[in-house]
Ligand binder design. Structure first.
Ligand code: GLU
Length: 266
C-alpha cells in the first residue's frame, strides 16, 4: 500500500518534509522519492530503494521548499529499482507524477505508441506512461485537459498527483476507483495525501476526493471538478483524538506530540 503526498504553500524546511514522508512509513513501501520546488525551480529531485531517511541524509538542513511531491512505492508494475521509484517525468523533465494504483493493461500499448512517436522512457512502470501522455496532450490542449484526457485513456484505478514546472503555482490531483486521496485545506498551504495522518501535520480541515474527481490545488485555493463540472465539496474536521483512540499504537509519535502540544506544528 503505497503513499502519496503533495504540498503547496509557504516554504517549509526539510525536517518537516522528512517528518511528513515518515508519517506514511507504516503503510509499507519498497522505495521512495521526492521532487521539491522553490520559487518555481526544482531544487531537489531524488529517489531510491530502501528507507525514507536515506533520501534526506546528505541534504542541507536549511533547505526550504514551497511545492513538493513525495511517494512511498509498493511496486506493482515494474521491479523494485531506483529507476522505477516515483516521481516519474516526461521527456522534457517538466512534468512530475506520483501514483498509487494501477493503470489498465492498456498502458503497455499506449507506451509502445508513445515510443514510436519518439518518447524516451527511463523505467518500466505504468506510472511513467501518464507523464509522457500528458506531455503529448499538453501540446494539443491546456494542461488540466491533458491530465484528464490521459487519466481517462489509461483507465484502471489511481490516485495521482502532478507538478508541471511550467505551472509551479499548482498541483493537479486525480482519483479514480479505490486508492484514497484526501485534500487538506490550511492557511496559505494546502496538501494532498493518501492519509489523514499526513494532513494532520498541516491542518485539521480536509475533504476526501471521490471517484472521477480532478483537483487544482494552489497555495490559496482548491478547485474540484468531476465530469467537466466544478463541484463544491464539504470539508470536515479531523478528530485527532479519535485517531489516537482508533489506531492506538499504530499512530506515529508525531501526531501524539501534536495533541500534547495542543496544535498543528509549523
Ligand atoms: N503501479 C505503480 C508502480 O508500480 C504504483 C504502485 C504503488 O501504488 O505504489 O510503480
Amino acid at each position: 500500500m503505497c503513499g502519496i503526498v503533495g504540498y503547496i504553500g509557504e516554504p517549509i524546511n526539510l525536517d518537516k518534509v522528512k517528518l511528513t514522508v515518515e508519517s506514511l512509513e507504516y503503510r509499507g513501501y519498497d522505495s521512495v522519492g521526492i521532487v521539491g520546488l522553490k520559487d518555481g525551480n526544482v531544487i531537489y529531485f531524488d529517489k531510491n530503494i530502501g528507507k525514507i531517511q536515506t533520501l534526506f541524509e546528505s541534504k542541507p538542513k536549511d533547505m526550504k521548499m514551497d511545492t513538493w511531491l513525495a511517494h512511498t512505492r509498493w511496486a506493482t508494475r515494474g521491479d523494485v529499482t531506483k529507476e522505477n521509484a516515483h516521481p516519474h517525468t516526461d521527456c522534457s523533465g517538466n512534468i512530475y507524477v506520483i501514483h498509487n494504483g494501477d493503470f489498465s493493461l492498456e498502458y503497455k500499448k499506449i507506451r509502445k505508441t508513445l515510443e514510436e512517436e519518439g518518447h524516451k522512457f527511463t523505467s518500466n512502470t505504468d506510472t511513467e506512461v501518464i507523464a509522457h501522455l500528458i506531455e503529448k496532450y499538453s501540446k494539443e490542449t491546456d494542461f488540466l485537459e491533458a491530465c484528464i484526457k490521459s487519466g481517462k485513456e489509461l483507465g484502471g484505478y489511481f490516485a495521482v498527483s502532478i507538478i508541471n514546472i511550467d505551472r509551479p503555482d499548482e498541483i493537479i490531483a486525480m482519483k479514480r476507483g479505490e486508492p484514497p486521496l484526501l485534500i487538506g485545506r490550511g492557511e496559505k498551504q494546502n496538501v494532498v495525501a493518501s492519509d489523514t495522518r499526513v494532513i494532520a501535520l498541516y491542518t485539521d480541515t480536509f475533504t476526501s476526493m471521490e471517484d472521477g474527481d480532478v483537483a487544482v490545488i494552489k497555495k490559496d485555493s482548491i478547485e474540484i471538478f468531476n465530469s467537466g463540472k466544478k463541484i463544491e465539496r464539504d470539508f470536515t474536521h479531523i478528530d485527532i483524538e479519535d485517531m489516537v483512540r482508533d489506531k492506538g499504537e499504530l499512530l506515529p509519535n508525531i501526531i501524539k506530540e501534536i495533541i500534547s502540544g495542543g496544535g498543528i506544528i509549523d
